[in-house]
Structures are given as C-alpha cells and as structure tokens.
Design a protein around this ligand. Sequence first.
Ligand code: HEC
Length: 250
Amino acid sequence: MKAQQFVKTAALAAVTLGVIILTGALGNSGRVQAHDDDDEASLVQRGFEIAPVPLNLEGKNRELVGLGSYFVNAVGDCNGCHTGGGPPNFNYAAGGNPYFGQKTKVDPTVYLSGGQDFGPVGTPTGASGYAGPHIISRNLTPDKTGRPEGGHTLQEFKQIMRHGTDFDHLHPTCTAAQLKQIEAGTQPFPNCIPTSPDNPADGNVLQVMPWPTFANMTDHHLDAIYEYLSAIPCIEGPEDPKDPLHNNCH
Ligand code: HEC
C-alpha cells in the first residue's frame, strides 16, 4: 500500500511538474511570438492610465499619444526637470509628495510648464565670478499654434532630442570680446557662457537636458513624445514675450 501510494504521489508530482514545464514553455513561446504591436498596445494603455492631466485627443493619433505618455511619465522623467513647481513639493501636489511618505499625486497646474533653475554652467570669470546665465528648463506645453514646447515643429523637436540644438539661442558661448568685458567687470554682463580650456561648454547646445541619452530613442518613439506633448493642456508662461518661458495659450 505504502509503496503504491508513493508511486501514485510520484506520478502525480511528475505530471504536475510536466504541466508546469509545459505551461512555462508555452508561456515563453507565446511571448517570443508576440508581435511588437501587442507589446506596444500595453504600453499605450499604461500611458493613458498614468497621464496626470486631461488629454486633448482631437486630431491626434491616439496610439502615439498613449505611447508618448508612457515615455514622458514612466521613463523620461521629463516633468522631474520641466515642472513649474517649487519647494517643498516641486512636481507633486500638496499632500501627494511620495518623498514625504504620501500617496503620489503629480501637480497638474505646473505640469511640464518649465522654470526649474539649474544654475550656471560656464567658468566663473573675473572678480565677480560670473559663470553665465542660469540654465532653466523650458515650457513643454503646447501654445496657441497647438504645437508643443514653444511652437517647435516635429522636425525641430527631433533635432533638439537628437542633437540638443537650442533654436532659441538663449545662451551662446561668449566671444573673446565678451570674455574681456566680463573679466574687466563692465556691467551689464552679456547673456553668454564664459568658457575656459577646462570647460569649453558649447552654448549652441542645450545644457543639463539629457538629449545625449534621448538621442538613442527611435524615430517612432520621438513621434510619440511629440504627439503626447501636443495633447497636454497649455500652461501660460510669464507675461514678458521675450521671456524664454513665455507661452501663449490663446
Ligand atoms: C535633468 C533634467 C531634464 C530632464 C529629465 C528633461 N529635460 Fe528637457 N530640458 C532641461 C533643461 C534644463 C532645458 C533647457 C536647457 C538650456 O537652456 O540649455 C531643457 C530643454 C528641453 C527642450 C528644448 C525646448 C525649447 O523650447 O527649445 C525640449 C524640447 C525638452 N527639454 C524636452 C524634454 C523631454 C521631452 C524630456 C523627457 C523625455 C525632457 N526634456 C527631460 C532639463 C531636462
């Protein structure tokens, strides 16, 4: 009896194991055979679930918007740097700051509206130690043209993400004459980045912004980010039209 029972148990165990192995194998082959589209559909769905603001899908490619949301809100942390919020909660709503042990809630009123100050990146020059204008994240929300991040076209956006091109030329590299002026301490200082042999910062490219990493994204994924940024609500920038953060919603 005992021996028989043992055989039965062993047989049952073998069958169970077989089922587990078979299930695993099927599961794997299922995954291997899955089309990219299937994977993308789940990213699109997740993207819609995590978007912290209402989206305007009118005239937009829905799949691209959802996928873009996934990259902006789950991968790229764009709002970590491009939020308009200040201390203590920055990009989070009051009471929704995960670093305070609270349940995460992104603040929609400052979502991607820009304005974080990363300080200067140039070489401190002259008695004043002037190191150039502060590097400030920019408003990525769409303006009245419907185009995101200051009205840039998709082609321009791709060039920004791939090469860090600053189409607004907010902080060119100082010329030799400008460097002399800063060394002499003659105010007002020019809006340029002072360089030195150890720090040849190129003012033509965006600083701080992780474009050297984003440059690795596929065309399709950059399309998606652009489409998503076109679908988020516009947030007005400061009043001065010459201000880099200016954004005209209406
Ligand atoms: C580590 C901080 C940081 C992160 C993360 C970040 N950015 Fe930026 N971004 C900046 C800063 C700072 C600038 C302005 C740089 C300058 O003035 O040199 C900028 C500039 C830009 C610009 C140029 C805007 C214009 O009007 O020319 C675009 C577009 C942009 N970011 C998009 C994004 C997107 C999309 C993401 C997420 C996928 C992202 N950024 C993530 C810091 C960041």
